[in-house]
Design a protein around this ligand. Structure first.
Ligand SMILES: [Zn+2]
Length: 378
C-alpha cells in the first residue's frame, strides 16, 4: 500500500497530506492528488474480480473496508457502422453506473481518515452511488436532488436509507443547498473530492489488462464533469511512468450539443471555461454547466490527441435504440457515445481497423420513463 498521499492545490500551490477529510483547499480551489507510483502487471491481484485487483496502485493505507464488488466490468465486442468496436459496460456496476469506481475508493479513503455523516448533491447516478456505499459503510447520508430528478434514481437513493432533500429551482440551487450544509456533515462531493478520480483511474488499468496489456487507439467517453477523462489520463500517465505502456489512446469527450461546456471551450481554442448558453437535454447525466476541473479535462484531451464531440439532441434517441438492438441497454446519457462514434467513423477521424473503446457509463434501467417515450410506449 502507498504511503500517505499528498494533495496539491492548483490555484495557490499549497500541499497537504491526505490524512484528513477535506474536499477543497481553504483558498476555494479544488485539490488534486499527486501522481501515484502506478503498478506493474505483476502487482495485479488476479484472483480479485473487482477494481481492488489494482489495490497496489491506490493511494489508500490498507485493504478496502467496504466493497460491493465494483469494477472488472465486461468489455464486449459488437459491430457498429462496419467497424468492430469494444463496448465497456460500466453500466454493470453495483448501482448501475460508473460512479461506483470513484465512490468506492473515495469512501474507503474517508473511512481511513475518519468521517462521520456525509452529504452530496446529485441529479441521480452519483447520489445513488454515494447513498448506496454510505449504507454499506454504515454512514448516515443525505442527498440533495433537484425536485425534477428522475424518479428511478431518487427511489434508488431512498432505498439505501439515505435522507433525500428535494430542492426546487435550478441544478445550481441544489449545489448551493449542499454547500450551505458543510457545517452539518462532510461534503462527500464526487465532483470535488480528488479520491473520486483515484477510483476512476482504475478504468485505464482495466482496459489495458482486458486488451491483453495493450493500449487502445481511441476511447469515447460521455462526459459532464470529466471524472472518467481525468481518471483515464491519471491511469495511463501512471502506466507510462512505470514503463508499462509507451503511448496513449486518443481520448474523446462526448457531450450533448444542447449543454456542451467542453465543446464550447474546444471550439473557441480556449484552455478553460468560456461562456455558453446551456439548454435542456435528455442526456441528464452529462448536462454540466461548469465542470470543476475544466482546464484539466481540456488539457488531458489535447494531450492525448483526441477531442470533443457534441452530439445533436436528435441523434441521442436513435443511439439508445441502436445500442439496445445490439443487446446494450443503456440510458440516454450513455447512448451519446454511440452517436458520437457514428460521426467519428463517418468523417474519418476514427478508422474501422483501429481499436476503439466506447464507455457506456449508465444502465437503461436508470431511465425507463425516458426510454419508453423514445420507443413510443404508452
Ligand atoms: Zn489553494
Amino acid at each position: 500500500m502507498a504511503t500517505t498521499a499528498t494533495y496539491h492545490c492548483p490555484a495557490c500551490g499549497t500541499a497537504y497530506p491526505a490524512d484528513r477529510p477535506i474536499w477543497r483547499c481553504p483558498c476555494g480551489s479544488h485539490l488534486n492528488l499527486a501522481p501515484g507510483p502506478g503498478l506493474r502487471r505483476t502487482d495485479i491481484v488476479g484472483a480479485d474480480a473487482s477494481l481492488w485487483r489494482y489495490r497496489a496502485a491506490l493511494a489508500l493505507q490498507g485493504p478496502p473496508k467496504i466493497s460491493l464488488g465494483e469494477g472488472w466490468t465486461p468489455l464486449v465486442t459488437r459491430r457498429w457502422d462496419g467497424a468492430s468496436v469494444r463496448f465497456k459496460l460500466e453500466s454493470q456496476m453495483p448501482t448501475g453506473s460508473f460512479k461506483d469506481r470513484g465512490t468506492a475508493v473515495m469512501l474507503n479513503h474517508l473511512l481511513e481518515v475518519g468521517v462521520g455523516p456525509i452529504h452530496e448533491d446529485s441529479s441521480g447516478n452519483a447520489g445513488s452511488s454515494i447513498a448506496t456505499y454510505a449504507a454499506a459503510a454504515g454512514l448516515p447520508c443525505r442527498i440533495y436532488v433537484p425536485a425534477a430528478a428522475p424518479r428511478g434514481k431518487v427511489v434508488q437513493i431512498a432505498a439505501s436509507g439515505a435522507e433525500v432533500r428535494a430542492i426546487p429551482g435550478t441544478r445550481q440551487a441544489v449545489t448551493e443547498a449542499a454547500l450551505a450544509a458543510v457545517d452539518e456533515s462532510f461534503y462527500a462531493s464526487h465532483n470535488w473530492h480528488p479520491f473520486f478520480i483515484e477510483g476512476t483511474k482504475t478504468l485505464a488499468y482495466e482496459l489495458w489488462e482486458q486488451l491483453g496489456f495493450a493500449v487502445p487507439d481511441n476511447i469515447l467517453v460521455p462526459t459532464g464533469y470529466g471524472s472518467n477523462i481525468l481518471g483515464l489520463a491519471r491511469g495511463f500517465d501512471e502506466l507510462t511512468r512505470r514503463g508499462e505502456i509507451a503511448r496513449w489512446p486518443r481520448l474523446f469527450a462526448v457531450q450533448a450539443e444542447n449543454c456542451a461546456a467542453l465543446a464550447a471551450a474546444w471550439a473557441a481554442g480556449s484552455a478553460d471555461y468560456v461562456p455558453f448558453a446551456p439548454g435542456p437535454t435528455i442526456a441528464d447525466g452529462i448536462a454540466t454547466v461548469k465542470p470543476v476541473r475544466m482546464a484539466e479535462v481540456l488539457s488531458a484531451l489535447r494531450g492525448s490527441g483526441g477531442g470533443v464531440v457534441a452530439v445533436p439532441e436528435g441523434d441521442i434517441g436513435p443511439g439508445v435504440k441502436a445500442l439496445g438492438r445490439l443487446g446494450l441497454f443503456v440510458e440516454p446519457t450513455a447512448a451519446t457515445a454511440g452517436a458520437a462514434l457514428t460521426r467519428l467513423l463517418a468523417d474519418g477521424t476514427i478508422r474501422p481497423e483501429e481499436t476503439t473503446i466506447v464507455i457506456l457509463p449508465g444502465h437503461g434501467l436508470k431511465a425507463t420513463d425516458k426510454i419508453g417515450e423514445l420507443l413510443g410506449l404508452s
